[in-house]
Design a protein around this ligand. Structure first.
Ligand SMILES: Nc1ncnc2c1ncn2[C@@H]1O[C@H](COP(=O)(O)OP(=O)(O)OP(=O)(O)O)[C@@H](O)[C@H]1O
Length: 239
């Protein structure tokens, strides 16, 4: 039986009168990529931060049942930022030293080995995200929680990042990722959780989700999320 490294049960979160998540349950098994998709403001980042232990749920529980590790979980924030004044290599070296990892190998994995001496404030947006991914990978944590890892990356790098996720899953890691790139999600995810207005409206394999409409994934996606021309601003009383 497949082990589940990370689990959220009936997770809810409010911010004042905004309900960001309402009773979402999710499992992230070992050896798989679970993708969170949903419109802007549907609660993906909130769920990822709660699963990562960075944000407390208002209700519900999160449990980690993975192997003992110096660093159980690596997290990529939606907007990674690094302390200015240091080079790419110095920066990743700082994180790598904490968990006894090899900074050069980490840079090489994300394709930043050609800019080790560039200061982090001079990196492009995409390069900064790649450095964030390298930071998340440091120490080889059993669980990876990545918020839009391919956002702002060119098609080749986006592909490379999802290839890294595929390989991590093949090696037995649990990967949970948010993305708006449905073709990449469709190719890599073992399971997709569709969030809409803070609720999980579907959780299934890409093939099973496609079958619901018989078309590409974005057709099922469109059929599942509520047609609305405003982003997911929901106060709880409008559903
Ligand atoms: N710190 C906060 N304070 C108040 N409201 C918040 C806070 N964080 C999130 N929200 C609200 O919770 C809802 C869900 O936000 P979240 O960032 O989780 O959505 P998302 O699905 O990740 O969106 P996107 O695709 O745009 O990144 C939104 O209505 C958002 O405005």
């Amino acid at each position: 039986m497949t082990e589940t490294y990370l689990r959220g049960t009936d997770v809810s979160r409010t911010f004042g009168d905004v309900t960001a998540l309402a009773g979402v349950s999710i499992e992230v098994p070992a050896g798989s990529v679970v993708a969170l998709i949903g419109p802007n403001g549907s609660g993906k980042t909130t769920l990822l931060r709660i699963l990562s232990g960075l944000l407390a749920p208002s209700d519900g529980e999160v449990s980690y049942d993975g192997p003992d590790a110096a660093r159980p979980l690596g997290y990529l924030p939606q907007e990674p930022t690094f302390r200015p004044g240091f080079t790419t290599r110095e920066t990743i070296g700082f994180y790598a030293r904490l968990v006894d990892d090899d900074p050069d190998e980490l840079l090489d994995r994300v394709g930043l080995d050609r800019v080790p001496d560039r200061r982090v404030e001079a990196l492009s947006g995409g390069m900064t995200r790649l450095l964030g991914i390298a930071q998340a990978l440091a120490g080889d944590p059993p669980v990876l929680a990545l918020d839009e890892p391919a956002s702002g990356l060119d098609p080749g790098m986006s592909q490379r990042v999802f290839d890294i996720l595929d390989r991590l899953a093949e090696d037995g890691h649990s990967v949970v990722v948010t993305s708006h790139d449905l073709p990449l999600v469709e190719r890599s995810a073992d399971r997709i959780v569709v969030l809409d207005r803070g609720e999980a409206v579907a959780a299934d394999t890409p093939a099973a989700l496609r079958e619901r409409t018989g078309g590409p994934l974005h057709e099922t996606f469109t059929s599942l999320v509520q047609a609305d021309d405003s982003v997911g601003i929901h106060t709880g009383e409008t559903r």
